[in-house]
Design a protein around this ligand. Structure first.
Ligand code: HH2
Length: 268
């Protein structure tokens, strides 16, 4: 009997490529352009649907990186990848000038953890670039009455602001920003449990939970690179809630988990 592999819908898997010297999860092992390129190639081979490349760590207390340095780290990498692959490339930056340089080099998605609030010209730049844009929730103080309602309201308001500035509705992604101004358990767990309410806003949702602190809080002592089980559990929860993509370090294992989940759902 010939059994074809399942082709059921599953969220896209966005593989993380860090071109930073200080990102929390890989300690800068991929700083050198050649090493970052090798990492990107490996994630493509493992089945990444999208690559997310960042050159400035968003970790609290991380050294800020000037725009020129971000551009120097990102552009050669994006160009090299573009020359050999048509994988969609997302660039993790808050700076409009970095987004411009990245899109000119061949990226197609602006992943902005500041939701186009970092610079006064961010909104206009996103509209002018015509790229896809990820609007992520982040706030300084981890204080909420109803974290899901407040994050959803913020994301809806940022989507409205982007559209008012001329960003096309179909270019907008939303992201609850797991770990950004949230208590590891008190806020991240309700958010993960309430993802369907973010999905209900009607935009594709990106979930970034891979290796984050809430996993270490549930499994005390689990080092950052020992959080694969928890990362997969979060990705599966996201898929059940209808997220469009998950941002992960461990691409092959996540693709496998999501594929099995989708195949089981299809076998009902
Ligand atoms: N998390 C990090 C960085 N960028 N972007 C989106 N859209 N959503 C996220 O959850 C998200 C993100 C995590 O920060 P960082 O310190 O850069 O670590 P790493 O890139 O290894 O995940």
């Amino acid at each position: 009997m010939n059994v074809s592999p399942p082709t059921l819908a599953r969220p896209k898997v966005m593989g993380i490529v860090n071109a930073t010297p200080d990102s929390f999860s890989d300690g800068g092992r991929f700083l050198a352009p050649e090493a970052a390129l090798a990492q990107a190639r490996r994630l493509i081979a493992e089945g990444a649907d999208i690559l997310d490349i960042g050159a400035e760590s968003t970790r609290p207390g991380a050294e800020p990186v000037p725009a020129e340095v971000e551009i120097e780290r990102l552009v050669p990498l994006i160009k090299a990848l573009r020359a050999e692959s048509d994988v969609p490339i997302s660039v993790d930056t808050m700076k409009p000038q970095v987004a411009r340089a990245a899109m000119a080099a061949g990226a197609g998605i602006w992943n902005d953890v500041a939701a186009l609030r970092y610079a006064p010209e961010s909104l206009a730049a996103a509209a002018e670039l015509g790229c896809e844009v990820v609007l992520m929730h982040m706030q300084a103080e981890p204080r909420y009455d109803d974290v899901v309602a407040e994050v959803a309201a913020f994301l809806a308001q940022r989507a409205e602001a982007a559209m008012a500035a001329g960003v096309a509705r179909e270019k907008i992604w939303l992201d609850p920003g797991i770990g950004f101004g949230k208590h590891p358990l008190r806020h991240n767990l309700p958010l993960l449990a309430g993802l369907d309410r973010i999905v209900a806003l009607g935009f594709p949702v990106l979930l970034g939970a891979s290796r984050k602190a809430f996993i270490g809080a549930l499994d005390p002592g689990a080092a950052v690179d020992k959080r694969l089980g928890g990362s997969i559990a979060a990705a599966l929860a996201g898929a059940s809630a209808g997220v469009a993509a998950v941002r992960v370090h461990d691409v092959r294992e996540t693709v496998q988990a999501l594929t099995v989940q989708a195949a089981i759902a299809g076998g009902r």
